[in-house]
Design a protein around this ligand. Structure first.
Ligand code: ATP
Length: 358
């Protein structure tokens, strides 16, 4: 297996180092796991030097890999629309990574800002290719009193079907009973009605139950009864907001991974933490690397090594249960490197099966 690694900017570089150490550690203890990783320097530094976020043939290069492990992007020297639209978006769109998958799961020993002690364990399927984040629109009469801007939401029947099918397939695979759809069809009467119609039809082809909530109510339910959800399907914008809220409910951005999936496997999928480059803490060596390491775990599951994914998750949970190594975001004062090393140590101490992997 070959993976492409793009650490990016800010804490992306710091947390990626720890994820790569974890990968090395896994391979040292399991010779059936052979992954060759190639690190690409595409980032804002690269932009400052070359005038572009990545070379022209970057997608051709990336296409040859089985998966992409991504860090974070964002730098005060480069406008956000350049960092995002010249690096992340081309990869997501050209590689048809139309599923953005985000697990929202309570981890041991991690305080939630909510008072409920019930365990939270659900996933969000966010539509990742169209919807509100379509690059369609423009401005007119700039700098005149009548200036205007228009941004179009594009929803296609196939786009809605595909994200709903991905959510249903996951629910059926993991024995879930219910799909929750985020909508706003009472006010956004064209695209969101269309969303409702095609979500409903797609789910009705399975034996799964469908519940549909207006987004304003759903955010309140996320806070009041997050343990009630199993699989949430949402448009690009709603899914983006819901997943940051979900991350906050279970302990914050430092613990939240995501996957940009091309379910057909025609192109590589990309795995990245939900957080950004965190310029406020970048360079201090205090970022929590768990979101990045969990993203690596999702990648391992995706490329056919669910055993290695489970091992990494067990190691993360054990470190949190022991509790002596904690980064600042989860109430400690350990460094990024110390957290990475603690996870590696647990992996190293686990029994390795003779054959069939870890
Ligand atoms: P983006 O626009 O790329 O989402 P952002 O600046 O809006 O980036 P983040 O970079 O994700 O958001 O940071 C939001 C807050 O969360 C910051 O205060 C940051 O320090 C904190 N944070 C993010 N990731 C981590 C992490 N891995 N460990 C600790 N704190 C983190």
């Amino acid at each position: 297996m070959k993976i492409a690694v793009i650490p990016g900017d800010g804490i992306g570089k710091e947390v990626m180092q720890e994820a790569l150490k974890v990968l090395d550690c896994l391979m040292q203890h399991d010779n059936t796991l052979q992954i060759e990783s190639t690190v690409f320097p595409w980032s804002s530094d690269y932009y400052m030097e070359h005038g572009c976020m990545m070379p022209k043939d970057a997608l051709e290069i990336l296409k040859k890999y089985d998966a992409i492990l991504f860090g974070a992007i964002g730098d005060v020297r480069v406008p956000d629309d350049i960092t995002v639209w010249e690096l992340i978006m081309p990869i997501r769109k050209q590689f048809q990574q139309y599923v953005n998958f985000r697990p929202i799961k309570s981890l041991p020993n991690i305080a939630s800002p909510l008072t409920s002690t019930k365990e939270v364990d659900f996933v969000i399927f966010r539509e990742n290719a169209e919807g509100e984040y379509s690059n369609s629109g423009g401005q007119l009469y700039q700098n005149q009193p009548q200036e205007m801007a228009i941004q179009n939401t594009i929803m296609t029947r196939r786009g809605i079907e595909k994200i709903t099918e991905a959510a249903c397939n996951y629910a059926l695979k993991y024995g879930k009973k219910k799909i929750t759809s985020a909508t706003k069809s009472n006010a956004v009467i064209h695209t969101m009605k269309f969303w409702d119609e095609h979500v409903k039809r797609t789910v009705s082809q399975t034996n799964l139950q469908l519940e549909s909530y207006y987004i304003d109510a759903l955010v309140a339910y996320f806070v009041e009864r997050p343990h009630d959800f199993e699989v949430v399907v949402a448009s690009n914008l709603f899914g983006d907001i819901l997943s940051d809220l979900g991350a906050a409910i279970v302990g914050g951005l430092g613990l939240s991974p995501s996957a940009n999936l091309n379910p057909e496997n025609e192109f590589p999928s990309m795995f990245e933490p939900v957080h950004g480059s965190a310029p406020d803490i970048a360079g201090h060596g205090i970022a929590n690397p768990i979101a990045q390491i969990w993203s690596l775990a999702l990648l391992l599951g995706h490329i056919g090594r669910p055993d290695a994914e489970q091992l990494v998750m067990t190691a993360i949970e054990e470190v949190l249960i022991k509790g002596d190594v904690r980064t600042a975001d989860i109430g400690g004062n350990s460094t990024t490197t110390e957290m990475g090393a603690a996870i590696c140590n647990i992996i190293a101490s686990m029994q390795i099966a003779q054959t069939g992997g870890v």
